[in-house]
Structures are given as structure tokens and as C-alpha cells.
Design a protein around this ligand. Structure first.
Ligand SMILES: N[C@@H](CCC(=O)N[C@@H](CS)C(=O)NCC(=O)O)C(=O)O
Length: 91
């Protein structure tokens, strides 16, 4: 698998976002993600709305393609965790 660009739109007190963060922690992928707190900077929320027509978080962009449901994001992370981690070893 080629390197994936992972970007998480979230805010701290959102439980669904915390769920995704917990999966990032257990899969060791925390540092592979760029984080955008939509409550910290309104521009992030505007970008999300402009791109997707929604402001729901969590939203994980995977190579620029948005994925919304925390459960789907969690499943995706578990599925690709090993490959994503493995990339580090090869670099
Ligand atoms: N089904 C979604 C629910 C996410 C959700 O309800 N997020 C809330 C924050 S905790 C939200 O973004 N609400 C604002 C909105 O929908 O515009 C998931 O599991 O990802």
C-alpha cells in the first residue's frame, strides 16, 4: 500500500471523536494523522462544510476522501493499521 494521507476533523468533547482517537492510540497510528479541531478554528469547519455539505465530526479524510461514521473510521483503521505502521519500517 502506498502512503496514505490521514486527516481528522474533530473536537475534543465529541465522544465519537474520542472513540476514533482511542483507536488511533491502540493501533499506534496517532502520529500518522494531522488533526483539525473545528472548534479551535472556524476555518476548519467551513472547509468541512464546503467539501462535504456537512459539519459532522469525526470526519477522517483518507487521501482527501472524507469518511464520516466513527464506526466506519474505526473499522478502516483496524483493517489497515498493520500496513500503515509497516510503512514506517520500510522508510
Ligand atoms: N454517527 C456519527 C455521529 C457523530 C456525531 O453525532 N457528531 C456530533 C458531535 S458529538 C456532531 O458533529 N454534531 C454536529 C453536526 O451534526 O453538525 C458517528 O458515529 O460518527
Amino acid at each position: 500500500m502506498t502512503e496514505k494521507k490521514l486527516e481528522l476533523y474533530y473536537f475534543e468533547s465529541c465522544p465519537y471523536c474520542q472513540y476514533v482517537m482511542s483507536i488511533l492510540r491502540v493501533t499506534g497510528l496517532e502520529e500518522k494523522v494531522t488533526y483539525f479541531d473545528i472548534r479551535e478554528d472556524h476555518k476548519f469547519k467551513e472547509k468541512l462544510l464546503k467539501d462535504t455539505g456537512r459539519t459532522t465530526v469525526p470526519c477522517m479524510y483518507i487521501d482527501g476522501k472524507p469518511m464520516f461514521e466513527s464506526r466506519d473510521i474505526g473499522e478502516w483503521l483496524h483493517k489497515y493499521a498493520r500496513e500503515l505502521q509497516g510503512e514506517e519500517g520500510r522508510n
